[in-house]
Design a protein around this ligand. Structure first.
Ligand code: PRP
Ligand code: MG
Length: 215
């Protein structure tokens, strides 16, 4: 079914962020009609006939929003920093799914002088961060389990999300340098802001209220 042109499509990140995001949307009066956690569907109608949700990987959310296929999206600041989007705007910090983007290395070890090997799924973030520091790096792209890289001597340092720090500790690593505070953000496509502003504005206002009452 093709949505009418005044339908609002919201792209949400599946997994853990979803559990913290959906209650905020519910408080803003938007709730999926089915249980998104158990359904295998990717598109969900909501209690508002003019709003639907799509539920995808967090790293795909900026793509849907940038192409204007989704009007709004929710994804992590880490994803946005890595994606480096052009045609979209960050409208709201949902203040959930909070963590830090850090560098980490083997506990107690010094980084070697000169060029260092950096493993990360955040390759663009890592490139920018070390370039700003004037450090020479060799970047190694990984898709997960980055903590393994220093242990196996694939890299000297990793750039990754740190929440509890349990994964680092369990693998004999420690945080080294802070890069950024991360949380879930609402983004909108430039097109959606232009064409659907009168629908988007109240949704953002209600979400902002929900965030304020969430603390
Ligand atoms: C994430 C992240 C860290 C860990 C941080 O990995 O990449 O490894 O969680 O959480 P903590 O500080 O509470 O341990 P995830 O479990 O998503 O797996 P992946 O990196 O293999 O995708
Ligand atoms: Mg990990």
């Amino acid at each position: 079914m093709q949505p009418s042109s005044d339908t609002i499509t919201i792209a949400l990140s599946k997994g853990r962020p979803l559990k913290e995001t959906l209650p905020l949307f519910a408080a803003a009066g938007i709730e999926p009609l089915e249980d998104v956690h158990t359904s295998r569907k990717l598109i969900f109608e909501t209690n508002r006939p003019d709003v639907r949700m799509i539920i995808i990987r967090s790293s795909d959310v900026p793509t849907y929003v940038e192409y204007g296929v989704a009007d709004l999206g929710v994804t992590g600041k880490d994803v946005l920093m890595e994606y480096g989007a052009q045609d979209m705007y960050e409208l709201l910090d949902l203040n959930v799914s909070r963590c830090k983007l850090m560098t980490a290395k083997i506990k107690g070890e010094q980084l070697p002088p000169g060029k260092i090997k950096v493993a990360s799924k955040f390759i663009n973030v890592a490139r920018r961060y070390f370039a700003n520091q004037g450090r020479q790096v060799e970047l190694i792209k990984l898709y997960g389990g980055m903590e393994l890289a220093p242990i196996m001597n694939l890299a000297d340092v990793i750039v990754d999300i740190v929440d509890t720090g349990n994964t680092l500790r369990a693998n004999g690593l420690e945080t080294d340098e802070f890069i950024a505070d991360i949380s879930a953000r609402v983004i909108a496509s430039r097109l959606a802001l232009k064409m659907k502003d009168e629908k988007i504005k109240p949704i953002i206002e209600m979400l902002a209220n929900a965030v304020n009452n969430n603390g």
